[in-house]
Design a protein around this ligand. Structure first.
Ligand code: ADP
Length: 196
């Protein structure tokens, strides 16, 4: 089965674009969701606490993911330690999920596909791009956050322009741009690469 990465900075529209691929019958694995599911495991939670300290434990004894985000977006080393914990689990979950899929190709959606070298496991990469101003505006509406809260998260990622340059295909997700047609075109190109 062909593996296709779907990437782009936070707020550029990956989820929105993934929905267009899903409409065409392409299954999509969301790495971020699999990362969040790691926190269901108490052994994992203990390891996170060991790296990030007791400040990440919320009032109910659960991991406070907002506290985790605040720490790792301000401390690169801690972010790398956390990712070293999360990354193999997410890839193992992806490999298991792939075994159940019947489609000619599947998508792995991850904002940090390039940052963590996951692109080397992919046959193709699709990057979603929109300018910084639009991203900030959309995230302010989607997540009810301020630009000040957003900037460390945006700056922790590789510049969106670099992702666009490295990708095999790009979806330009400006408002009013024909997103559906762009996805259909890319889908046809990928399908043409798959031996009949
Ligand atoms: P990501 O998954 O990359 O973080 P989303 O797909 O959640 O981004 O998109 C961020 C926000 O922008 C969402 O609220 C979404 O509805 C909105 N959005 C996405 N694409 C467009 C578009 N072309 N025009 C206007 N709003 C959009």
């Amino acid at each position: 089965m062909r593996l296709v990465g779907l990437t782009g900075g936070i707020g550029c529209g990956k989820t929105t674009v993934a929905a267009e691929f899903e409409r065409l019958g392409v299954p999509c694995f969301v790495a971020d969701r699999a990362g969040a599911a790691c926190y269901d495991d108490s052994h994992f939670r203990n390891q996170v606490e060991k790296i990030l300290g007791p400040a990440v434990i919320g009032l109910s004894g659960e991991i406070d993911r907002h506290a985790v985000a605040d720490i790792v977006f301000a401390d690169r080393e801690k972010m790398e330690q956390l990712n070293a914990l999360v990354h193999p689990r997410v890839m193992a979950a992806f490999a298991e999920w792939c075994k159940e899929q019947k489609a000619p190709y599947v998508l792995l959606e991850s904002a940090i596909l390039y940052e963590y070298g996951l692109d080397k496991y992919m046959d193709d990469v699709v990057a979603v791009y929109v300018g910084m101003g639009e991203r900030i505006e959309r995230l302010r509406v989607r997540d009810n956050v301020t630009e000040k809260q957003l900037m460390p998260r945006i700056l922790a990622q590789m510049p969106a322009e670099e992702k666009m340059m490295r990708a095999d295909y790009v979806v330009l997700n400006y408002e009013g741009n024909p997103r559906r047609q762009q996805v259909e075109y890319i889908h046809r190109q990928i399908m043409n690469k798959i031996p009949k």
